[in-house]
Design a protein around this ligand. Structure first.
Ligand code: SAM
Ligand code: SF4
Ligand code: SF4
Length: 371
């Protein structure tokens, strides 16, 4: 077994400068990238801070009290986020997911949601507006989020056993409060709710069946996520990844399943239905079965850098454009040009790469780029 190496500092690499395009034509067509993939899904990280220290994302050894979080002036304001989002929507984005860090820690997040909820696609349709949260503040905030125009939430939950959950979040946060958050979100109409469980072999994989039993028939869609080699600080090792195929096998020992069609192109989860009609369950096989082929996701970091892949090492500095006097049409043209140059497909290439080549050292952290 290889030694676990956790670098002491998570680095934010310098941004890629985005040239201001010459005044573009009035209409910019929705772009596709070099692999023919359209731009449909935008994930916006609204803070790089979090009140949890999940070891696979923000290990305590690195994200301690001395960690250089971004100062407030560096964050995109709500107006800047909304202005950028409007350009993305004009270019084809149909779904916006707020994330982080922990998005509910961003002060007055409801105000941003209100602004984003007013955006319309070129043919006048509202967006699919959703948010991923660790659920710790959800009981308190669910109703205000719904009132502001949020459609749905995804809640991360890595186990039902209180001791396991407290160990996973590493700040001794009780599982009951997340379960209460789920209830409040359901009552507020933020469904159908997705529940994401990152599975680490030997840490919480013994919770798989208990989680499935709990959420079967609840109307919530539980999804098991393979532990990913994202960022550079979590000391990732392949032997801690439990392949989704094994998750499905374990579920099948209790409840027969049948595969479902993807509900949208570029969907990350493989969907399964319980044969007895108790609803749906999913797996996200980012490590063992890459889904780069139709990946239509862009990510906007907390400080306004555009990342074209979860595993990218550098982002394009849109904030400089937004703050530097570029017109909306110029911002849209810049985004379109960046997307047209995209060739990222990290997960597909991962298998072909020698392990521990060191390329992970420069990858940005998931808490910064947004999950
Ligand atoms: N704090 C919020 C939360 O936990 O839901 C939103 C941000 S978090 C970075 C988004 C998602 O990324 C969560 O579902 C989390 O479990 C997942 N995630 C973080 N690190 C991961 C890793 N190394 N492998 C797989 N999923 C990971
Ligand atoms: Fe925080 Fe979410 Fe990362 Fe856990 S996964 S440390 S809750 S940002
Ligand atoms: Fe998309 Fe990059 Fe993930 Fe592939 S590795 S699915 S390109 S985000």
């Amino acid at each position: 077994m290889s030694e676990r190496v956790i670098p002491l500092v998570a680095q934010r690499p310098p941004a890629l400068t985005v040239p201001v395009p010459a005044q573009p034509a009035a209409d910019i067509l929705p772009p596709t990238d070099t692999l023919g993939r359209p731009l449909r899904d935008l994930r916006i990280s609204v803070t790089d801070r979090c009140n949890f220290r999940c070891s696979y994302c923000m290990p305590k050894e690195v994200f301690d009290k001395d960690y250089p979080y971004l100062p407030h002036a560096d964050l995109l304001s709500f107006e800047e986020i909304t202005r950028a989002a409007r350009q993305f929507v004009a270019l084809g984005v149909r779904k916006i997911r707020l994330t982080g860090g922990e998005p509910l820690l961003r002060k007055n997040i409801e105000v941003l949601i209100e602004q984003l909820a007013k955006l319309r696609t070129p043919d006048g349709q509202p967006l699919d507006l959703t948010l991923t949260t660790n659920g710790s503040l959800l009981a308190r905030k669910a109703r205000a989020l719904k009132a502001a125009g949020l459609d749905r939430v995804t809640v991360s939950l890595d186990g039902l056993d209180d001791a396991v959950f407290r160990r996973m979040n590493d700040v001794d946060f009780p599982v009951d409060q997340v379960l209460e958050g789920l209830q409040e979100a359901q009552a507020a109409g933020l469904g159908p709710i997705k529940v994401n469980m990152v599975v680490k072999r030997g840490t919480n994989d013994h919770e798989i069946l208990a989680m499935a039993r709990h959420f079967r028939g609840s109307g919530h869609v539980l999804r098991f996520i393979e532990y990913m080699d994202v960022g550079a600080t979590n000391g990732w090792r392949m032997d801690e990844v439990l392949p989704s195929a094994e998750v499905i096998q374990r579920l099948q020992t209790q409840w027969p399943l049948r595969p479902l069609e993807a509900s949208a192109p570029g969907e990350t989860a493989q969907r399964w239905a319980y044969a007895d009609g108790a609803g749906e369950v999913g797996v996200i096989s980012s490590v063992t079965q890459a889904f780069c082929g139709d990946c239509n996701r862009a990510r906007l970091s907390t400080e306004g850098r555009l990342f074209l892949c979860l595993f990218a090492s550098q982002g394009h500095d849109l904030r400089a454009l937004l703050r530097g006097g570029a017109s909306d049409a110029q911002v849209a043209a810049a985004i379109a040009g960046i997307w047209q140059g995209r060739s990222d497909r990290y997960s597909q290439l991962r298998g072909a790469r020698a392990p521990d080549t060191g390329d992970g050292r420069h990858r940005v952290e998931m808490s910064y780029i947004g999950g």
